[in-house]
Design a protein around this ligand. Structure first.
Ligand SMILES: CC(C)(COP(=O)(O)OP(=O)(O)OC[C@H]1O[C@@H](n2cnc3c(N)ncnc32)[C@H](O)[C@@H]1OP(=O)(O)O)[C@@H](O)C(=O)NCCC(=O)NCCS
Length: 223
């Protein structure tokens, strides 16, 4: 599924169940010492996906430990992203020479709980979601929006090292083309500095809904 929303220069790998024989590097193992079994399974299977994706771009197996603020640390010259939700794990990677940043996210295709919706959706996005609700047989559009914002964040953070609030991005989803566009609305001097650094970059992305899942991806290329 994930390959369906990634361009050719980004290699994706996914799993719909957990690997029983996944082996972690010591630095990865240290990051999940004492965590709940579900977290360990998700972390490990996602690493197996990441190593398969790395092989797809010709990069040998390497550790991918969590780094600052949870962002995965990729081998030199590689950018990438990881996601996991119930029944699904995936990774996407690319050579930095071709792609500046990648963000992927997977979610169950179900409406957001009311409190999450209130925290994630901006007023103008609420109007857009209302229009989307008239599209026949569509996915849970608020979940697509949420997932797209998570993908934007995962692509944004490695470029800027700066947090991005749900209210600091305004998304427009194209229901027919499987795409979305992002307008960044960061304020304050530090935020504006970060935004300036990525100002020339496009945070456009792709979405896909199938088999009870919503997947989104953002790929930033050199401007
Ligand atoms: C970090 C976050 C995006 C993870 O998303 P999630 O839906 O909870 O979980 P997912 O399984 O899809 O993704 C988890 C993976 O995200 C990656 N991740 C975590 N923090 C990250 C960061 N700061 N930058 C990039 N990737 C990050 C990790 O690889 C992690 O997997 P791992 O711990 O096995 O390495 C989310 O928890 C979060 O903090 N969101 C708030 C910020 C945000 O999304 N703002 C929206 C701005 S428009």
């Amino acid at each position: 599924m994930i390959s369906g929303i990634l361009p050719d220069e980004v290699c994706g790998a996914e799993a719909f169940g957990d690997t029983v024989d996944g082996v972690l590097f010591p630095e990865e193992q240290r990051a999940v010492t004492g965590v709940f079994p579900e977290r360990l399974r998700a972390f490990t299977t996602a690493r197996m996906c990441a190593r398969r994706a790395l092989a797809g771009i010709g990069v040998p197996t390497a550790p991918i430990p969590p780094g600052a603020f949870g962002a995965p640390v990729w081998p030199p010259g590689v950018v990438g992203s990881i996601t996991h939700c119930t029944g699904y794990r995936a990774a996407a990677v690319a050579l930095r020479a071709r792609v500046l940043s990648v963000g992927i996210d997977a979610e169950p295709d179900a409406p957001l709980p009311a409190d999450a919706r209130a925290a994630v959706v901006r007023p103008e996005e609420r109007v857009r979601l209302s229009a989307l609700s008239r599209v026949p047989a569509g996915p849970s559009w608020d979940r697509v929006l949420f997932s797209a914002k998570e993908s934007v964040y995962k692509a944004w953070f490695p470029l800027t090292g700066y947090p991005l609030d749900f209210g600091e991005a305004s998304l427009t989803i194209d229901p027919h083309c499987g795409t979305f566009a992002t307008r960044l609305l960061v304020t304050g001097p530090v935020g504006r500095q970060a935004a300036a650094r990525v100002g020339a970059l496009s945070f456009h992305g792709n979405w896909l809904a199938a088999d009870g899942l919503v997947l989104t991806a953002v790929v930033c290329r050199p401007g």
